[in-house]
Design a protein around this ligand. Structure first.
Ligand SMILES: *[C@@H]1O[C@H](CO)[C@@H](O)[C@H](O)[C@H]1NC(C)=O
Length: 584
């Protein structure tokens, strides 16, 4: 059996070395879907949602079943993916409520000192592009310094959105801001107001007209400011850029994936002669769920399912292009999601707009497995085995060192890199992952630790705190729309809650000293690992602090004069895509 497995791998190694010797560097195509659940894909067990193109990719390559996002939220997870480092190391993890950027005019972002894989391979002669969602900041001091723009992080070409997609970017889909709105105590306010009037009329209380009207005006002012914010939000935050130019503000979302797909195909065609790195970062299937007319109504799972099918179609288009350009054998393709599905997301029409985490518990913004276990598919015909499944713990931070090694760039030695080169594991040269410990952060709070001891099949996971679900018997935080990482939204555990994922992958029954003889010794090892890890952290400026994520009017990117409310439409892709759709 052993020798059988070794023959193809020795062969592929030979092939690969020959390739490297002849001086051709491999290309990279990375596809990251936004908020896609591991349970949404056929190749990860979904039997009712059809994803044939992604399934084929898994059949042709390696499927990772314990692939872990470095954070359960977009901004920190993406920062970790690009840099190979835990988000706390770059300051991309918040100490408090909000861990993501909500305004394009905030000043935080991925710091200049960080090295992304794009920056590292660019100096090795690669053409680099990010197409789609960025969500790692834009400006620092004025509205066009672009200090955090993809161009400042090693990507030559950018076509996409600086921010995340939100329901505000979809006319008629409501506003994320209504979650804030729902916390305004309208009932007590109106009861108070009516009581005042009644008491006044009955002569039991004399309120001067001045006080009464000032109060009314104040309430009116707050409400109108809020309305104004909701009204202008799409213009200010939902825009498409080509390079550093805004080409559409606000954008029409329905055909975004179609446009990004043709941008990606054009990038591949333009660069088929040079080594390239393409990061295709899907706008779908995040909240504000949309699907183009071609896909609407196609799935059994509503608009969300249609959106997943459109993403799958797009993956197929990219793969067909690689095949047509004869690039498949020299390209490492990676397909993933940034974290688990957003289980709390329900549309204004009451439709479920969040994905499915399969057997795993909970979803996005928690460190239960459903929040961090993501699809991880890597394909490279001739170099990686086809149809292989690997259960070892791996991380989305592993892509960074893997890419640098393959591109012939040296791994930076002036900083901690938390990822490990995946190639030996993928090719079967080693059987075990180099990740003995993985640290699961909820923003900047260390939430849980995973320990994979050498010489054992156990996978221990200890939680220092867990989110409080609402309603209690659900596995979602419906009262806050996403789960938070701090009191009073979490429960702390001392001793930590301990699970063995190898026996209890659904995290259903925490262990105790009675049910697990190693209980105390396991926690002791984990505590020691935490203390070593904590010592390796250096203090850095926090990029997602309240002061950095607030809306700063002087940083607002705007493609027209303010009187036109930042509206414009210069995107030539729109017409091209419309032509294309008509032809189909
Ligand atoms: C497939 O995915 C959809 C969409 O997330 C989900 O509702 C459904 O339960 C999944 N079905 C199976 C059989 O896993």
């Amino acid at each position: 059996m052993k020798s059988f497995q070794w023959i193809p791998c020795t062969f592929c190694l030979l092939l690969y070395t020959a390739d490297a010797g002849s001086g051709t560097k491999p290309n990279f195509v990375f596809m990251m879907v936004d908020d896609l659940g591991i349970g949404d894909l056929g190749c990860y067990g979904n039997t009712t949602l059809r994803t044939p193109n992604i399934d084929r990719l898994a059949l042709e390559g390696v499927k990772l079943t314990q692939h872990i996002a470095a954070a359960p939220l977009c901004t920190p997870s993406r920062a970790a993916f690009l840099t190979g480092r835990y988000p706390v190391r770059s300051g991309m993890a918040a100490h408090g409520h909000m861990g993501v950027f909500l305004f394009s005019a905030s000043s935080g972002g991925l710091p200049q000192e960080e090295i992304t894989f794009a920056k590292a391979v660019k100096v090795q002669g690669y053409s680099t592009a990010v197409i789609g969602k960025w969500h790692l900041g834009l400006n620092c001091e004025d509205s066009s310094d672009h200090c955090h723009h993809p161009n400042s992080h090693g990507f030559d070409y950018f076509y996409g959105t600086i921010m995340t997609h939100l329901r505000d970017c979809q006319p008629g889909h409501g506003s994320v801001l209504y979650n804030v709105y729902s916390h305004i105590p309208f009932k007590p306010l109106s009861i108070g107001l009516v009581s005042l009037v009644v008491l006044h009329i009955r002569g039991m209380l004399t309120v001067s007209r001045r006080v009464f009207f000032s109060f009314l005006i104040l309430v009116g002012l707050v409400l109108s400011l809020f309305r104004l914010l909701v009204y202008t939000f799409p213009n200010l935050n939902c825009f498409v850029m080509r390079g550093t130019e805004i080409v559409e503000q606000p954008y029409i979302s329905e055909n975004l994936t179609q446009r990004m797909t043709s941008e990606a195909i054009e990038f591949l065609e333009r660069n088929s002669e040079t080594p390239f790195l393409l990061f295709f970062s899907f706008i779908q299937v995040h909240t504000g769920v949309f699907a183009s007319p071609l896909f609407r109504g196609r799935s059994q799972h509503g608009l969300y399912g249609d959106a997943v099918m459109e993403v799958d179609w797009s993956v197929g288009q990219i793969m067909q292009t690689l095949e047509r350009l004869n690039l498949k054998d020299n390209t490492l393709v990676y397909m993933t999601s940034d974290q688990g599905p957003h289980l709390e997301e329900i549309s204004v029409h009451g439709e479920m707009h969040g994905g499915y985490s399969g057997i795993y518990k909970a979803g996005k913004s928690t460190n239960w497995e459903g929040g961090i276990r993501i699809p991880g598919i890597l394909s490279w015909p001739g170099v990686l085995p086809a149809g292989k499944i690997i259960d070892e713990p791996t991380s989305n931070m592993d892509i960074f060192p893997t890419v640098l090694n393959l591109a012939g760039a040296s791994i930076p030695d002036d900083r901690v890199i938390d990822g490990h080169d995946l190639l030996p594991l993928l090719q079967g040269q080693v059987k075990r992952s180099e990740h003995e410990f993985l640290f699961h952060y909820c923003n900047a709070e260390l939430n849980a630790v995973r320990w994979r001891p050498p010489n054992s099949s156990a996978i221990w996971k200890a939680f220092f705190f867990t989110p409080d679900f609402y309603p209690k018997n659900s596995s979602a935080c419906f009262h806050t729309h996403v789960c938070f990482c701090i009191k009073p939204f979490v429960t702390f555990h001392d001793p930590p809650l301990l699970y063995d994922l190898s026996k209890d992958p659904t995290e259903s029954t925490p262990l105790s000293p009675d049910t697990e003889p190693q209980f105390h010794s396991v926690l002791e090892v984990i505590r020691a690992a935490v203390s070593r890890h904590t010592q390796s952290l250096k203090p850095v400026p926090v990029q997602v602090s309240p002061l950095k994520i607030v809306w700063k009017p002087w940083l607002q990117p705007c493609c027209s004069s303010l009187s036109q409310l930042c509206r414009c439409e210069r995107d030539h892709q729109i017409e091209k895509v419309q032509d294309g759709l008509q032809k189909e």
